[in-house]
Design a protein around this ligand. Structure first.
Ligand SMILES: C[S@@+](CC[C@H](N)C(=O)[O-])C[C@H]1O[C@@H](n2cnc3c(N)ncnc32)[C@H](O)[C@@H]1O
Length: 418
């Protein structure tokens, strides 16, 4: 089979170099060779997403679908049947192996950058963090097995490994690596999703809930803080609490936010599975971004129901993820989106994306009529889009996030009494 690239590789397809990422107080120093290595990975990713990715559809339509139909007398009716057909396809294997290798190279290149400046990074974070009440670490918090036993997206040591006292290296690697994997499409601060959430909530509240003025916001699984910072900036009168189980991520996130001039976020080491430190109905807005897909099947309902418990009447819960696999999504697209589950150390990805989030949210106590699902794109941010550029953070399109959430409907009487 011949697969033709559907667009020329021209100058405009080159993603922004790593030097276009915005610096902040704990951003790692990059020398010439390190920048060149990361730029190479970024450019290769762009070729994979723009030129190679469409070949999967061609391979599916021209080879695997007819072969499947011939063998079974029917079309595949699930992403699992698609995967049985496509996993043996030589083009798909080439594409998948290239993506996997690029991810491993990205992780190794990023690790080399942060490991050579391990102590300096820890020291820079310490200078911003020491004595600041907005960083609360707790040695007793255990790393749950679904984090401890997975090197997420091929990241050695995942989010939590600590090699020196005060280590921030997993977060520093995550920060530079995220820009490379997404080819800069989520902005110089990797924060386009957070900007989209903040803008969407502001617009949506203005239109439908003018009384909604969040004073206390809770974010779970904050990681390096990419997406909570724009939310905290959009709602400067709110006090934000941002949780994570990983001390290195929190040290980095706090130092990064502080150096960016954002002071209304308190970073706390705590698991989203147990929010007993917080009273019932104590937050106006409880949310996660690109977090749920890393939870085990047992942890997910616990986190969702804790989110419901601590939410005030009239409040908003919102979970940002890539789109769920619903009946409207072609099974070939589901198969393509599922690649990360089997090839990129995201073992909970496939199960999370297959559940019905409306039902999962209603099961925690929300009225089914209060549950919503919204598509957020960069249209919800001020960032300029780059026209028909098809490179993105999934398998080759513009970043698209779906918000699954609910408003607690019992605002009225309760609101005035709080
Ligand atoms: C994919 S990152 C989240 C990205 C982040 N929300 C953002 O918007 O940039 C997942 C993070 O969740 C954290 N995490 C995993 N399980 C957790 C739990 N039970 N409670 C709190 N944080 C958790 C990990 O340590 C990691 O930092």
């Amino acid at each position: 089979m011949t697969v033709k690239c559907n667009r020329p590789i021209d100058y405009f397809d080159i993603p922004p170099p790593i030097s276009a990422a915005q610096q902040h107080g704990v951003y790692p120093q990059l020398n010439h060779d390190e920048r060149a290595r990361l730029n190479f990975v970024s450019a290769c990713n762009r070729v994979v997403t723009t030129c190679l990715s469409p070949g999967n559809q061609t391979a599916y339509d021209a080879e695997e679908l007819p072969a499947f139909q011939k063998q079974h007398g029917s079309l595949p009716n699930s992403r699992h049947e698609d995967s049985r057909a496509m996993n043996a396809n030589s083009f798909q294997r080439l594409w998948g192996a290239t993506r996997r290798n690029l991810m491993e190279i990205r992780q190794q290149a990023g690790a080399a950058v942060v490991l050579r400046q391990l102590d300096e990074l820890a020291e820079r974070a310490r200078q911003l963090n020491d004595g600041d009440d907005n960083l609360v670490l707790d040695k007793l918090v255990k790393i749950p097995p679904y984090v401890a036993e997975v090197d997420h997206h091929c990241m050695p040591g995942s989010y939590y490994r600590e090699l020196v006292d005060g280590d921030v290296s997993p977060a520093a690697n995550y920060d530079i690596g995220f820009f490379v994997t997404t080819g800069g499409t989520v902005g110089p601060l990797n924060d386009e999703a957070g900007k989209a959430i903040a803008q969407w909530v502001k617009d949506s509240a203005r239109q439908h809930r003018p009384e909604f003025k969040p004073r206390r916001i809770l974010d779970i699984g904050v990681a390096a803080g990419h997406n909570i910072v724009p939310i905290a900036k959009m709602f400067p009168d709110a006090q934000v609490t941002a949780l994570d189980v990983s001390a290195p991520m929190l040290r980095y996130a706090h130092a990064r936010a502080k150096s960016l001039g954002v002071q209304n976020i308190r970073f706390v080491q705590m698991s989203g599975e147990d929010l007993s430190a917080f009273d019932d109905e104590s937050f106006d807005w409880v949310q996660t971004s690109v977090f749920l897909h890393e939870l085990s099947a047992k942890a997910l309902p616990r986190v969702l129901s804790e989110c419901r418990r601590v939410l005030k009447p009239g409040g908003l819960t919102l979970h940002l993820e890539q789109p769920q696999y619903d009946d409207n999504m072609p099974i070939f697209e589901q198969f393509m989106r599922d690649w990360d589950a089997y090839n990129n150390s995201e073992p909970f990805w496939t199960a999370l994306h297959a559940i019905d989030m409306d039902t999962a949210l209603a099961a925690t106590g929300f009225d089914a009529s209060d549950v919503f699902h919204a598509e957020l794109t960069r249209a919800h941010t001020q960032a300029p889009t780059d026209g028909d550029n098809q490179a993105g953070q999934d398998f080759g399109r513009e970043p698209v996030w779906h918000a699954y959430g609910a408003w607690r409907s019992d605002w009225g009487a309760n609101h005035g009494q709080r």
